[in-house]
Structure formats: C-alpha cells, structure tokens
Design a protein around this ligand. Structure first.
Ligand SMILES: [Zn+2]
Length: 325
C-alpha cells in the first residue's frame, strides 16, 4: 500500500464515442496538484467539479455526476482506471457530457495512463478505513463492506442465461492486479435489451466494438470473451470506479452480490450516514520491518469532509439493465 499521493508525469489525450449519447468525444487527462483529487471539466471552460459521491444524480444506466450546469455520465470506467492504477490527483477534460466508452473496458485508459507514468507527490494519501461492517440491501441485491488490510473486491452475479449463470470473482486491488485481471473486462448486454434501449434513445453508440453482446446462442462478438468470467470481472471494474467517488482510497473488503451502480451508491450513502464505522487514516512506513503504521487523521466527528451528508438529493435509479453493466 503506497502512503504518498500520485499524479501523472504528463497529460494524455484520446477520443472515442459516448455509449448512450453516440456523441464523438475528446478526452484529456492532465496532472494535478496534491489534494486536488479527481476533477471533471469541459474543455475550454474554467470551472471544474470534483468526482465525489454527493454529485451523483443518476445511477440507472451508468453513473452520472453533475454540478451547477456541468453533467458527466458513464464516469465509472475512467474512474476505475485512475483508482486501480493508484492515481489520486488528475483533471479529466471532455468536450461532451459523456466519457467515451472505448472498447467497453478500461484497457485503453490504462494503456495511456501507464505511458504517461505516475509521479509521486509530497502529500500523504488519506485512506477511508472500515472499522465496522456496513451492509446495504435492495431486494435480492446485497452489498457490504468489512474491515480489511488493503482493498479487496468480491463480486457475484447471477443471470438466468446459460452462458453467464453464477459467476464469482475476488481480488486484492493493486496497480498490477488491476491492470492484468480487471482493466480489459468489457461491459456486456443482452441483445433484446440492447435493442429495447436503442428504441428508447439509449446505447446509441453501442456496438459489438464496445460491448460483449449475448443472445440466446451465446456471445455474438466474433472474437469471443477475453476471460471466461469476463462478465463478473467487469462488475469489479464498475464497483471500483463507483467507490472512487468516496474521494479517499478504501481500506476494506467489499462483497457485492447481484449489485449494480444503484447499490454501489446505496452503500456509499450508508457509509456517509455511519461515520462510526470508518476512520480517515494515513499510513507511515516503520523503520524496523518496513510494515505500515496507521495514524488516525480525523476523529469520527469531523471526518469525511468529502462525505458530507447528501442523502436528501434525488437520485434517479430506475430499473437497472444488464446492458448498463
Ligand atoms: Zn461498466
């Protein structure tokens, strides 16, 4: 676990299309000073907004954040890439309100971010450390977080489709494990639901180039799957990206069963409402055995400046669809 904050050594740029809007989008990611966090802005505009959970306005098809007149949707894969690679401070610039979908995974973001290299910053990283279990449930969907020394994500999905069925995956997140095991897992959807979404004006940029599409016979993409359990691995990517909206790297074990963006948001809402279940800590290297010692930075009273109450904000979380995975 790295104790210092990191940004990028240089900026990166790419372009692609928005999955739901179908817009052509240009995206830059620029280095940022320590304690800036991850921020979104429109190219050519001065104002930026922090990528934080209290800005979430919609979790129905993807995670959308907004502030004043700025809206950015499908934030989860780029945020997963930054979080997975341990980049704390960066500004994401876009010329449209949706992050480009690329190939439906975080692979291209990761490739470019790795080419830009990370830069270690002077400031200490602050972690949100779970000290007591928290659970959020919605029908048969359940997500909980337990104390753990590091960040471990465990996901389970359960679909009636014979190809997917019940898949489980569990991983300790590090830049290495994330980039080799999670980053290239693509989003997926069922053909009939994709058609229905498109009829309703969503997934307009969706194609076999940016999602795994499944019909009654199996995977429609000619190249097949990248992992046998690519579906559940993609759920880990979404979970990691959404959790980064807490504004602090997590120390805990998240166990998500049949969950999606809406339940990730539900868990974060529970976290914000229960400051007795977590602490904000920094890690210090010890001299003797190289192990890490923690120092509690904030008491539960004033902890979570970034986790201020937000539960009165209306958030749209209409029935989720696997295509939004
Ligand atoms: Zn996704």
């Amino acid at each position: 676990m790295e104790s210092s904050q990191h940004t990028l050594k240089e900026s990166i740029s790419l372009s692609g299309i928005g999955l739901h809007s179908g817009y052509k989008v240009k995206l830059n990611i620029k280095p940022a000073r320590a304690n800036n966090g991850i921020r979104f802005k429109l190219i050519g505009r001065k104002q930026s907004m922090p990528a934080l959970v209290d800005r979430v306005i919609d979790t129905s098809l993807a995670t959308t954040i907004a502030d004043k007149d700025m809206v950015f949707s499908t934030t989860e894969h780029i945020l997963g890439a930054l979080s997975g690679l341990g980049i704390d401070n960066a500004t994401i610039e876009l010329d449209a309100p949706e992050v480009p979908i690329m190939d439906g995974s975080a692979e291209e973001f990761v490739r470019l971010l790795q080419s830009a290299n990370r830069k270690t910053q002077q400031s200490k990283r602050l972690f949100l450390k779970i000290i007591k279990e928290i659970t959020y449930e919605e029908g048969d969907k359940k997500i909980r977080i337990l104390p753990h020394n590091g960040l471990r994500l465990s996901c389970r999905i359960d679909f009636a489709h014979g190809l997917i069925q019940n898949q489980s995956y569990s991983i300790d997140i590090s830049p290495k494990s994330f980039s080799t095991e999670i980053a290239s897992a693509r989003t997926f959807g069922f053909l009939d639901q994709v058609k229905q979404l498109q009829a309703n004006g969503y997934a307009l940029g969706g194609s076999l180039n940016n999602a795994v599409v499944v019909d009654e016979n199996g995977v429609m993409n000619e190249e097949g799957l990248r992992f046998k359990d690519e579906f559940v691995r993609h759920k880990v990517l979404d979970l990691l990206g959404d959790l980064s909206l807490l504004g602090y790297p997590l120390l805990g074990h998240v166990i998500a069963e049949r969950s999606g963006h809406s339940q990730h948001f539900g868990l974060m809402k529970e976290l914000a409402a229960h400051p007795e279940c977590w602490q904000i800590v920094e890690l210090n290297k010890t001299n003797e055995n190289g192990g890490m010692l923690e120092r509690i930075v904030s008491s539960t009273k004033n902890a979570g400046i970034r986790l201020r109450p937000f539960w009165n904000r209306p958030v749209s979380s209409a029935a989720t669809c696997p295509a939004a995975a």
